[in-house]
Design a protein around this ligand. Sequence first.
Ligand code: ADP
Ligand code: MG
Length: 352
Amino acid sequence: MRKSICTLFCLALLVACSDGKDSAKLHTSQIFVFGTLVDITFWDVDEALRSQAVAEISRDFQRMHYEWHPWNPGPLLSLNQALARGEPAEAPDSLIPLIIQSRELSSQSGGLFNPAIGSLLQLWGFQSSERPQGPPPSAEMIAAWRRQAPAMTDLELDGRVLRSRNPAVQLDFGAYAKGYAVDVAIAHLQQLGIANAIVNAGGDLRAIGSKDGQPWRIGIQHPQGEQEKLYAWLAVTAGEAVFTSGNYRRYREDQGVRYSHILDPRTGMPVDGVSSVTVIHHNGAIADAVATALVVAGPEQWEATALAMGVDQAMLVDDRGVVYMSPKMQQRVHFQDAPAVLQISEAFAEDP
Ligand code: ADP
Ligand code: MG
């Protein structure tokens, strides 16, 4: 995982609602990892257990950061270098579930979520901790990449040995690893017997239990990048994850044109016209992958893509501020100011 994932703004935050009684039992610790602050918020957990949890999760995160980093020296970079040479390579244990699950999610998304596009991300300069400068890659370079069309289906995993039929496959889990990491952290908290907590990685989060018997309240920041402005809030129950993919926080710019860091694998070009997508799901890794896939899908295809990926709570905000929502999402989200245009999808079946 990378610094860039996390230099994003918090798209969601814990809605401050503590009173004197709350504050005695509400504690937040911060871990600096993946280039950002990850908040772990506890309700009614004693100090010794909180310290243990924070230390252990911090160790987990540092290991994932090292093992999953796509361009810093480490196991994923070595794996990608072997795939580029057309050689088989052993994947580290921690990467195997990511490869398997993300291959499935990529297939469900019709390739809109495609963690095999590391070479395209590199072409666009997004495999860097710095904002890329200068003109975008040429049309010829993008056309050459499209002819290679790397996809997760090019990969064969035999035990721990990974092979690619296509040397252009370069794995980059930037759209999904944060969700996976949040799930690992939540599982760790639960193993320690902690029932009420939130793990918030740069605004993408998962919450378990409740706060003083009430569901956790989560804020969603304004999708057009108006700093710190609360856009909406929702109550999170039953271990749900809330993940947002923004199309404006991280980008490159040339001659007044902004290019998003979320790329459309069909065209090789940055996605245009979508400000953000927020997804609620009980699994953080899935929520993260789906949020990215729906940004690529855009207003035309987000419903079909969400349904194909098993998600029925999603919201897409386009760059004109039009809000598209599934009915279940509408039931959850409370806007600060009602959006000017709100479209509730009819593509999602009602509960029987
Ligand atoms: P955030 O960085 O806000 O968490 P995402 O979860 O959408 O946003 O992840 C964006 C990152 O995913 C990009 O920086 C890039 O590394 C990677 N990426 C971009 N486009 C795609 C895509 N179509 N499929 C898979 N990964 C992508
Ligand atoms: Mg994502």
